[in-house]
Design a protein around this ligand. Structure first.
Ligand SMILES: [Zn+2]
Length: 400
């Protein structure tokens, strides 16, 4: 292994407005921003901590993340949110971590959280991990978010349609005797919510869309002027049920869908229907991911392989211009969520470096990713946050 670059010659600032700067064979981008990560604290430190999550983010080129509230305690009151904020402060600011607050108490969908008190300290509201089942409750949450000027970020899942499913209700499930999750369990609630968002004027953001119907609904709603944005994750753009293996690292919610869904998501990314790419970085312990498709916990990690996987699968193949990918990973998430794009937040990549994605090298405690073993291009050589180097590639092999 050789070091192909001199990282100490990388500038520490990007000129205002520049998305890509090339210097000495290194490509420099604004620091990425992921609006959907699970850093698992407080409550589940064995899966991830604020520190290990931050290290994973920095290694993936991210300088800002938004942390989802399916925690213990759930940040549904000022005291509960304070517990999470203390952990964020203690983590030392390797990257900026913006907490979401919950929409409902305990994310149970029954009783609204203390939205008014939480609003000044939360980046947005979400019950991620759970869909808000009741339409009346969702309407009232949207009205309150609208008054507070906060985004409502929805995990859309109709529990009455899940029926014990854990992978896409498609050809693979049928052929291998697995229980499927139909696409309507996702697009049904999206259709409901888009109507409510139109009526209430709420700033509505749809988390991790995975199927073609969701993209079509959101495209139409944007045409009608609804204040809606959405994200998808790298695995929904690059993989489908044809890639499934009998392994827990292929189990996430929503599941990998069909080929037509994947293609529709790429099209939606290109035409602007999909505003941003978020990883839904969802670490679990090795044991929790060791029980195959049927028995593992839902969720895969994403921060440390998102850019190389997307760059290799979409940019080098000529599907997506590099500039567009950077926009979707660094610019549009910040614009929508009101996170400043700082000129001293950047990541530097050797785009010609070939890597095999090796979860054992991850900083994250979570190792489960469907991209394990994939050959990709792109190595993050440095991440700079607020002018300070927070990650730098070092060769492991000291024979060199
Ligand atoms: Zn979710």
């Amino acid at each position: 292994m050789t070091v192909r670059q001199e990282t100490n010659r990388i500038p520490m600032k990007l000129p205002q407005g520049a998305l890509i700067r090339k210097e000495n064979g290194i490509s420099i981008f604004p620091g990425f921003c992921d609006v959907h990560v699970h850093f698992r604290e407080p409550g589940f430190s064995y899966k991830e901590t604020m520190v290990t999550g931050s290290q994973a983010a920095a290694r993936g080129g991210y300088t800002a993340v938004c942390a989802m509230p399916n925690l213990n305690p759930v940040p549904d009151s000022p005291d509960h949110l304070a517990a999470e904020e203390a952990l964020i402060r203690q983590a030392g600011g390797l990257v900026d971590i913006y907490p979401y607050a919950a929409l409902t108490v305990g994310e149970k969908g029954q009783e609204a959280a203390a939205l008014e008190e939480l609003a000044p300290r939360a980046i947005a509201f979400s019950d991620d991990g759970k869909g808000v089942q009741d339409e009346g409750m969702m309407r009232s949450l949207m009205e309150r978010c609208r008054r507070l000027g906060k985004i409502l970020a929805a995990h859309c899942e109709d529990e009455s349609l899940v029926r014990g499913g854990y992978i896409h209700d498609g050809a693979y499930a049928a052929a291998h005797g697995h229980k499927g999750i139909c696409s309507e369990s996702e697009w049904g609630p999206i259709a409901r919510d888009l109507k409510l968002a139109k009526e209430t004027g709420c700033a509505y953001h749809v988390c991790h869309i995975s199927c073609k119907e969701s993209a079509a609904l959101i495209r139409q709603a944007k045409r009608e002027g609804v204040d809606v944005t959405c994200e998808t994750a790298p695995h929904y753009l690059l993989l489908d049920e044809g890639d499934l293996q009998e392994d827990g690292r292929f189990r996430m919610n929503p599941p990998l869908r069909g080929k037509a869904d994947r293609e529709a998501l790429v099209e939606a990314l290109l035409d602007g229907t999909i505003d941003m790419i978020a990883t839904d970085h969802a670490p679990h312990s090795a044991e929790e991911k060791s029980r195959g498709l049927a028995g593992s916990a839902f969720g895969v990690v994403g921060l440390e392989c998102a850019f190389p996987a997307l760059y290799t699968g979409l940019v080098r193949t000529g599907i997506l211009p590099l500039e567009k990918l950077i926009e979707k990973m660094a610019v549009t998430p910040r614009e929508r969520f009101g996170i400043p794009l700082r000129e001293d937040d950047l990541c530097a990549w050797d785009l010609e470096a070939e890597e095999v994605i090796d979860p054992e090298a991850f900083e994250s405690k979570g190792k489960a990713t469907p991209f394990a073993g994939a050959r990709v291009y792109g190595r993050c050589v440095r991440t700079v946050h607020r002018g300070k180097t927070v990650y730098e590639f070092r060769i492991q092999n000291d024979k060199f």
